[in-house]
Write a protein that binds this ligand. Sequence first.
Ligand code: ATP
Ligand code: MG
Ligand code: MG
Length: 548
Amino acid sequence: NNTTSSNFIKNIITEDLKSGKHKEIITRFPPEPNGYLHIGHAKSIVINFGLADEFNGKTNLRFDDTNPLKEDVEFVESIKEDVKWLGYEWEELHYASNYFDEMYDRAVLLINKGLAYVEDLSVDEIREYRGTLKEPGKESPSRSRSIEENLDLFERMKNGEFQNGEKVLRAKIDMSSPNINLRDPVIYRISHATHHNTGDKWCIYPMYAYAHPLEDAIEGITHSICTLEFEDQRPLYNWVVEHCEMDAKPQQIEFARLNVTNTVMSKRKLKQLVDEKYVDGWDDPRMPTISGLRRKGYTPESIRNFCRETGVAKNYGVVDVQMMEHFIREDLKLKAPRTMGVLKPLKVVITNYPENQVEMLDAEINPEVPEMGTRQIPFSREIYIEQDDFMEDPPKKYFRLFPGNEVRLKHAYFIKCEEVIKDDEGNVVELRCTYDPETKSGTGFTGRKVKGTLHWVEATQAIAAEYRIYEPLILDEEQGEGESFLDNVNPNSLEIVQGFVEPNMKDAKPQDKFQFFRHGYFNVDPKHTTEEKLVFNQIVSLKSSFKL
Ligand code: ATP
Ligand code: MG
Ligand code: MG
């Protein structure tokens, strides 16, 4: 279901289809392959592919690979995988670099029309000449070059006769425009670098503001949706399409980029976290990348719903990260099997339970979905409970285990704590309890009530499991002068503990998701799980105070 509430982009498209301006819409998702996709890109993917689905149009995946220095095939492959995983199919796959010949020809056309010139000034000088919002720019001496000279110099730029930075090609628009983007923007620069797709064929590369409108027009994109920072570039976008004499006239439409609390989303920053080893790769479960979210246990459905429900806006806003957590809980609530796992085990010996006896207990796989059936869990004289579920000296209103208190073991019996065993240092290492056979779960016992219900696993058959518990990678603290976002990296973002799961978990596969009773949702980690050891990533705890 791709229907979202109506938004201003849909209104434009509806109008364009009604008026006959377009018979069919074509959108595109145009990542630069200089990093892995993150949740902000997911937003753009959901908008672009979602609009095409809703209006029976098409969406192209286009690698905006016009900068040879930062791009890599590793990123190309990961981006394709992530788009597919999110559940979308592109119509055509393109590389902007495949349009370099056409872009060059169009630049020559501009020169021939007296609308572009080769500039000798340095980058700094160009900036200085450009002026400010308050003062008009100053025309460069290069501006009055003849068409012949410009054609000759541009060709020599292409042929590699100049060093990086020695010359650029500029569009000749208006040095006194109130829109600084129109003060003769640079449209080609020299970069002697090997490109991942075109190799060493080119040493001049088109600038984004020139390349992007051409890419859109070449593909016949009808609606080119981008983020608000590009609003001031729209007149330049239209100028390029018009003066390069493109047949198609794509319309640029801007919306506010997605920002999420406790999350950095610039690829440059994410790359820094990877390169400087704050995390163990782009797919670290703490990363807001699609691959990180996938490994943490987010589902495509939950990400799509999050992106849709946060809407399309014209103003900046910050979305609470708890909103993402809300959508994964919603998605897994009815899908994930329930189970029990102990994170920090404390041994309990049930002294009045027969030795060498193991009984199998029935437990629902998901009480909200009875069709999912039941599982069998063993129970015996020795079990593990959570260390945090016992206190020797509890405060008032502590309903878990303490000396003399009785609690319910989920799916099993009531047990009562009779004795506490400690090691030489005084640490509690074992509890001796008794159980009451009358209280067996499912028998309808109503003789007396207890207030606490604990999870547990049977000790002799339990499977060892590693749990990875996460806190936000980035703390939302005000950054002081001279501080970088790295000063906000949370030193406690990952806690690893060794515990146990029920034996019926032995067949769990990487990426399987479960709801652990009282602990929340977990995903089997695909990277660290081995034949010998299951590793679980906590996706999200069970509840939060967050309300939509
Ligand atoms: P970053 O600054 O993280 O590198 P980018 O915009 O440079 O992001 P691109 O690869 O150019 O990255 O992005 C591809 C598409 O995704 C663009 O159309 C861009 O507008 C969109 N996009 C990127 N970040 C966000 C975001 N936070 N919210 C919405 N759309 C985004
Ligand atoms: Mg970009
Ligand atoms: Mg970028």
